[in-house]
Design a protein around this ligand. Structure first.
Ligand code: ADP
Ligand code: MG
Length: 700
């Protein structure tokens, strides 16, 4: 559908002047404002649906007007004055015979004083309240009118808008678009009948111009069938675009990495544990995918500590068994290094060379590793972003594993894939993406519809749950005592420094100060420090001595947030926990509770707490399940922030609300598959209508 832009030698684009203007009759300044609202072509005006409605269909006699509600009233101006106390304001009184009302304007123009002259009739819309001098409206909308003029026949739509673009002009432009644009049906009638949804044209017309007898509560609450139709259409467009994309990638060829087994079985035999049921299930899915002649595009989700790494290693082995290389990419040096050690531990005894590429290694070493990678001696390559530098050339890349995938940008993942494609003469490598930030099911179904998703939904046995304590900063001394006791008893602890978003420099300083201070506080303990600004080698040295038990207390910034695995560490103190987000807290807490010892996570907080911080701390205190935490995080923050980097390129939903429209999401997903298979023309028309040829989906 959007194949044009992908052709390597596209013809030069025609000058814009020759093209049909996207917004005919609308000037540049207005067009810029519309663009801010996401309106780029005329049809987008049709899809610009009201935020809410004002009810100007009924005139309320002033004698019957009740406070609290929005009302339309009218009357004759009987008094209009500029008052100076308590501050300068325009105060106007109107009467309709049944009662009186005060209109109060704290900011006003001279022209308003004229239009509100005594004797004029005005029609007023606003919220009535009871002030010191009886019923009043502050800053109501009003218009001078003939008292006999008819009232509106429909609810008045109020549109989302932006500074400098008034409701009236928006309404006019939308009305024109509704008159000129084709509003015909794109979806098969049988589909609509099955879901009990109205036709497109009647739904948009009703939403823009609701008739007086419309079910108002349903309309305002967005559960009216017309709303449901638009939400369904939106969800369907999203599903379609992502499935089109999925199919396109699937149409590419990939190396067939058949299930052979020798190496996989050998590692399974050597592991000191047995895979959990959940690990076995996802492994089976992955192994099956790898054997296909088209690229796997799978997201492996699992809570912190659920054991994704070993699944990745087993997948890498299946790749190696077939004579291809596997790449493992992690977003931080610490995590990549840790993966390297694990992979080397597991795979080298099986006779496999694991190469290590990061920004921090010596040039001479790197040179040799690059030769090993390009020559194929290294069958598995672990590294950071360094993996997609130009200098890295694979011999035959068959599988790219990307840990903590949400930390990578779209382009970075794409770069790795292209490297693979170059090394296999056009075959695309299989992709396994991993994430320990669980995403609620609805969000995964919606925003990850272009991927296959596997979930490890249980933790390995024998884990003792982490006890979480909320402790106010005032009781810091008790916490210090507790850290001392734990370390003296042979356990290890993390001390996580506060997040300081405004300044990285300040953050670093805080880490240094905290380290110095704790060293003083605990002269009998070996206190280490790790932060993001350290040289890679320094970081590695500190992590290694913490792992070896030489460092007892590790002061750290949030660099340890992802993936770090030191099972003997069983106590974590997080300073200023109120500044951190839920998933970050969950990730940090996941660093403890990895061994058999009972673990504790102390969240130090500074009172007073903002309502959001209070809510977050309550969730992290009460919940240990990452999926439940993610679900509550979604409620607190909305999908945009939860999805992070992925958000760019994925059309965000404007109308559908994943918290309430789950049934529509299910239906849209099924319908997308059906249409793409059975009625591709309908799918195409629907996409064109909703996305207007914009290639709004992810390009990975
Ligand atoms: P994550 O899913 O957060 O990446 P890891 O892969 O780091 O988790 O695994 C956490 C720890 O659990 C590691 O020490 C790993 O070796 C161990 N582990 C993984 N699978 C099992 C299992 N089936 N039984 C016992 N321990 C396991
Ligand atoms: Mg991990």
């Amino acid at each position: 559908m959007a194949a044009e832009g992908r052709r390597p030698a596209a013809p030069p684009r025609r000058p814009a002047a020759a093209a049909k203007p996207a917004l005919p009759g609308i000037g540049g300044a207005t067009a810029d404002k519309l663009a801010k609202l996401g309106i780029r072509r005329r049809f987008d005006l049709v899809l610009h649906l009201p935020l809410r409605y004002d009810d100007e269909t009924r005139l309320c006699p002033l004698g019957e007007a009740l406070p609290g509600a929005e009302l339309l009233v009218q009357g004759e101006v009987i008094d209009c004055d500029i008052k100076y106390r308590p501050r300068r304001q325009l105060v106007c009184r109107i009467s309709d015979g049944s009662g009186e009302l005060t209109l109060r304007f704290l900011n006003f123009y001279g022209s308003q004083v004229k239009t509100l002259a005594v004797g004029n009739h005005v029609r007023v819309y606003g919220v009535l309240r009871i002030g010191h001098f009886g019923p009043e409206m502050v800053h109501p909308r009003y218009r001078v009118m003939d008292p006999g003029a008819a009232v509106a026949q429909a609810l008045t739509p109020v549109y989302p808008t932006t500074a400098g673009l008034g409701q009236d002009s928006l309404r006019r432009m939308i009305a024109r678009a509704l008159a000129d644009e084709p509003l015909g049906e794109t979806l098969p009638q049988a589909l609509l009948d099955g879901l009990g949804l109205p036709g497109f044209e009647s739904a948009v017309r009703l939403l823009h111009n609701p008739p007086p007898d419309v079910a108002q509560a349903a309309l305002q609450g967005r559960v009216h069938p017309a709303w449901r139709r638009m939400k369904f259409d939106e969800l369907l467009a999203q599903q379609l675009s992502m499935r089109v994309h999925y199919r396109r990638r699937r149409a590419a060829g990939a190396p067939v990495l058949a299930v052979r087994g020798q190496l996989v079985d050998a590692l399974l035999k050597r592991l000191p544990f047995r895979l959990t049921r959940a690990q076995n299930t996802v492994l089976a899915q992955i192994r099956d995918d790898l054997g296909q002649a088209h690229p796997m595009q799978r997201l492996l989700q699992g809570d912190v500590g659920s054991g994704k790494t070993v699944v990745a290693a087993l997948a890498a082995l299946q790749c190696v068994e077939n004579g291809y290389q596997a790449a493992v990419m992690a977003p931080t040096e610490i995590l990549a290094e840790q993966h390297y050690r694990k992979f080397a531990d597991w795979l080298e005894p099986l006779g496999i060379r694991v190469a290590w590429l990061s920004g921090g290694i010596k040039n001479s070493v790197k040179k040799q590793e690059l030769i090993n990678v390009s020559g194929g001696e290294a069958q598995v390559v672990v590294g950071t972003h360094a993996l997609f530098e130009d200098a890295v050339v694979f011999k035959r890349l068959g599988l790219a594993i990307i840990d903590e995938q949400h930390r990578f940008g779209v382009h970075q993942r794409l770069a790795l894939r292209q490297k693979g494609t170059q090394s296999t003469k056009g075959l695309q490598p299989h992709q396994l993406m991993m994430s320990a930030t669980p995403i609620p099911r609805t969000l995964a179904m919606s925003y990850y519809a272009d991927l296959d998703v596997s979930v490890i939904d249980e933790l390995p046995p024998g884990r003792t749950p982490v006890a979480t304590r909320l402790v106010s900063e005032e009781r810091r001394d008790e916490v210090i005592q507790r850290v001392r006791d734990a370390c003296i008893a042979g356990r290890q602890a993390y001390w996580v420094c506060p997040l300081i978003e405004e300044s990285e420099k300040l953050q670093l300083q805080t880490a240094l100060d905290t380290h110095a201070h704790l060293q003083q506080t605990f002269p009998e303990l070996r206190v280490g420090l790790v932060h993001g600004r350290m040289k890679v080698a320094e970081k590695q040295a500190v992590m290694a001595s913490f792992k070896a038990g030489d460092v007892q207390l590790l002061v750290a910034t949030t660099v340890i947030e992802v993936g770090v695995d030191v099972p003997n560490a069983s106590l974590m103190v997080i300073e200023h926990a109120e500044r951190m987000g839920l998933s970050q807290l969950h990730q940090l807490r996941g660093r403890v509770g990895r061994g058999a010892a009972e673990s504790t996570c102390v969240l130090l907080y500074q009172a007073p707490l903002s309502p959001l911080a209070k809510e977050r701390l309550k969730v992290i205190y009460e919940q240990t399940d990452g999926f439940e935490i993610a679900r509550q995080d979604l409620n607190l923050r909305g999908p945009g922030e939860l999805l992070g980097a992925r958000q760019s390129g994925v059309p965000m939903l404007r109308f559908a609300d994943l918290a309430v429209d789950l049934d529509l999401l299910d239906a849209a997903r099924d319908a997308a598959e059906h249409l793409l298979r059975e009625q591709p023309d309908s799918a195409k028309a629907h996409l064109a209508r909703w996305l207007g040829g914009r290639n709004e989906y992810l390009k990975v």
